[in-house]
Design a protein around this ligand. Sequence first.
Ligand code: GAL
Length: 673
Amino acid sequence: MSLPPQTRRIGVAYYPEHWPESRWADDARVLREAGISIVRMMEFAWDKLEPRQGEYRFDWMDRALETFQAAGIQAVLCTPTPTPPPWLSHQHPEILRVNDRTAVRDVPGSRRHVNAFAPAYLEACDRIVTAIADRWGQHANVIGWQIDNEFGCHNSTRDVSDLSRAAFQAWLRGKYGTLDALNAAWGTQFWSATYTAWEQIPVPAPTTADHNPGLLLDFRRFSSGAWVRFQKRQIDILRPRIGPDRFITHNFMIHFFEIDYFELARDLDVVGFDNYPYGMTGPLETALNLDLMRGLKGKPFWVLEQQPGPVNWAPFNPPVAPGQVRAWTHQAFVHGADAVLYFRERAVNIGQEQYHSGLMKHDGALDRGYHEAKQVSDDLAHLPALTRPKAPVAIVFDYEDLWTLELDPHNAEFSYYRLVTDMYRQLWEAHIPVDFVPRDADLAGYKAVFVPSPALIDEAHTATWRAYVEGGGKLVVTFRAFFKNPGSTWTDQPMPAGGLGELLGVRVDEFFCIPPVKWVGLRRPDEIAPDWDDDRGSHVSDLAGKTPGYGFGEGFGMPAKLHYHTWAETLTPSAAEPLMRYVDGFWKDAVAATVNKVGAGEAYYLGCWCDKIIPRSLWQALGLESLAIKVEDGPRGAAIEIVRLQDADGHLHEVRINHAKRTVTLPVLETGK
Ligand code: GAL
């Protein structure tokens, strides 16, 4: 996944409908002075474009486009479909979403309060998208189009209306063909739920006890796919009208998993990303999400919304330190963004987001974000065009595995995303670049590949992973692997089932949910342990120096004692060698991790979730130490992010971003160290 050299630009979301027309030219000039060369417009402007059904008002947007063109700023236009005007929802209340958590129908007046199934909504979307594409599809100053805005925002992906139910039943019919096949895939004989007509199948609205896991998983797939299809419908209208040279994008969200983003990305030219690092665990999680966005298509992406200062939507909206906006912007660029557009031009005086900052303040004065954006464009003027080379390490990311484990976690603290974050954290702190890849990616060229808890069995993926290992790759698979059939029924084979179990050379004997009360350091000294408590292990020994060929040097033959939490499995190696053993609990001495040599490579299985998910022995066996960048004399921890990028001549440039709130001085390293 070597990326083309980046052409880095900055831009802003602009809302002509929020300001008197007399301001536009001044705003355009001020924005241009900061180096802004792109505006994104129109995503919530349906009522202004079509105040009554079929009555279009486009002249004001013509003038807005002219204003920015005159100022030397290009435009990305959006389809305005997340906010149908009141005339539409009043006439057709069936377009409103029925919330899957409450089974209550939304009222209008907000956004994303729609479902993707109502013919009246779909047809109204077709008409407005056609009309605006006919009007501006060939406009010389329009370089690209954004479809809608943040599908699924406010957890709006799933709808349990009657329309959704009918569409779900039709989708299931297409998928399974016969009710016998569906009943078998879901195991509906449990709790007497065998369906004898498609119309009997419910959508998972709240009910007394749990829904069938197969129904839940298929409803996730269906609801995710509904927005992929909704998006495609607009792409099919836009493409012939805008031609092949303008791009089509959509703005994806941070820390959002309701929609399979690999699927949503497939029909787009460019992935767009809304980067609101607020509320994340700091630069680490931002980096992870940026890498995930690059991974969705394996190419550069755009940040379509960049937090420009404090937001308005959190319970607390803390100040953003000086320099932070500049650091976020550069962080996005080094992770593969081609453009970063701030949200928004100016803090707005009307509506639901009045506390949100912009590049300008409510009174039009320049805010700190503006000055930092300007500084970014000065920085860019001095930097060469750089490419992000293919990373040495990949992490497989799979939305269906995430859904499967989220729907029935067995341990309330189990989170696929947290597991991925734990893997990413260790690599990021060592400044080792990571690519996120889908399950079916060709893995050739990666030094190590992590597959976090691949819950769903799919032998096609086993074949991909086997080919990688046989060719010399190092594959690391974690617990909860290959135990669910596609309909979320449990395999009747030992876990990991089928070919993956063979590749790893291991079988799971027992699995344990480890409740959080036993976390080391969390028990008060005066707290009396219940008598069953001692039976619950929480430590594992890294067989450092004990297994020939894996000399890990934790001390001469002294195994390191590591803490684990959340999940543990005892293992019986069939072909593999043990790598770690449990040291407490009634499963003391059982094998906890293994390695299997296959062809020229190695397949590792981790049976428990260690505090450091990559134990020292594994870190060394994977050769990660040689990939790490060590900053001697630098500040501890990873407040400093280091990324190496390539220029057109193949020279490496090291970019260092200081995420700490204080100035630090670092020694210059020789390239390659
Ligand atoms: C985004 C959204 C924008 C705006 C912004 C506020 O999620 O796309 O329209 O609401 O959040 O931070």
